[in-house]
Design a protein around this ligand. Structure first.
Ligand code: COA
Length: 260
């Protein structure tokens, strides 16, 4: 029996999804793209899941890119379909109505960095390396790398990473705003789970409202974005959790949010 492409478990509202091809540094072949698409759809639909943590199996890699062996044989039409397949899955991650944290435990290259950039937060081990090395293969990024890097860290860094293909350290990625935090590799899991547990205890509908504001507001002008935020702000007044959160503050106790 072959290993499953993903290892998935859930504890205390935190679902961990681990890409599981460590012998290929967790490279994304078509079957893994599809498995991730299903896993994220399932996480979105499962009310017991409050937060998702995405990572890679083994000591070396988060994800070392799209599967080069599989891409080598593709025709142009198949290449386009492969890109669309990855892009659709990653858009699902980006627009998931609950927080997704990338736990970057090693190489996040090419499709690996593209996947990490779709997550809402990124915590990297100090040993991790990130980059868009497609130029070394005569390729360009095909799962949104040029677009998401541009929006995360601007033109200069995007062009440097994409045109040179050179990987950068986690520390440099932090300076550029590509990752949120860098922690010693030995502390990565504990630090990530601490953050995930904190978010799992927060009011889910308020988290969702903020994710929607950033995702939708990020695609429109400031006026429309502010209108959208006001509408979402009004909407949270319909939730039990907003009444509970404000009441708990006034009563000087910890709130207990129920997701309604
Ligand atoms: N696609 C397919 N297989 C990959 C892969 C990828 N993106 N990245 C690594 N692998 C495979 C290697 O072919 C090797 O398989 P093998 O043992 O059957 O030969 C295995 O994973 C281990 O990789 P290896 O290169 O031996 O590890 P390393 O520690 O020497 O180097 C990297 C690590 C990340 C520097 C190197 O694997 C690499 O450059 N990978 C490609 C990165 C890339 O270009 N990504 C963008 C793709 S669009």
């Amino acid at each position: 029996m072959t290993d499953p492409l993903l290892l998935i478990d859930t504890a205390d509202g935190v679902r961990t999804i681990r890409v599981n091809r460590p012998d290929k540094l967790n490279a994304l072949n078509a079957a893994t793209l599809d498995a991730l698409d299903v896993a994220f759809a399932d996480a979105a639909a499962d009310a017991a899941v409050r937060v998702v943590v995405l990572t890679g199996s083994g000591p070396k890699a988060f994800v070392a890119g799209a599967d080069i062996a599989e891409m080598n044989a593709l025709t142009p039409v198949q290449g386009r379909d492969f890109s669309l397949r990855g892009t659709r899955m990653m858009r699902r991650v980006e627009t998931l109505p609950k927080p997704v944290i990338a736990m970057v435990n090693g190489f996040a290259l090419g499709g690996g960095l593209e996947l990490a950039m779709c997550c809402h937060l990124r915590i990297a081990a100090d040993s991790a390396k990130v980059g868009q090395p497609e130029i070394n293969l005569g390729l360009i990024p095909g799962f949104g790398g040029t677009q998401r890097l541009l929006r995360l860290c601007g033109r200069a860094a995007t062009l440097e990473l994409c045109l040179t293909g050179a990987p950068i350290s986690a520390e440099r990625a932090l300076q550029l705003g590509i990752v949120n935090r860098v922690v010693p590799a030995a502390d990565l899991e504990a630090e990530t789970m601490r953050l995930a547990t904190q978010l799992a205890a927060a009011a889910p509908l308020a988290l969702r409202g903020m994710l929607d504001c950033v995702n939708i507001g990020g695609e429109c002008g400031i006026g429309e974005g502010l209108e959208y935020e006001s509408a979402q702000f009004g909407l949270v007044f319909s939730t039990d959790d907003m009444r509970e959160g404000t009441a708990a503050f006034l009563e000087k106790r910890k709130p207990a949010f129920n997701g309604r």
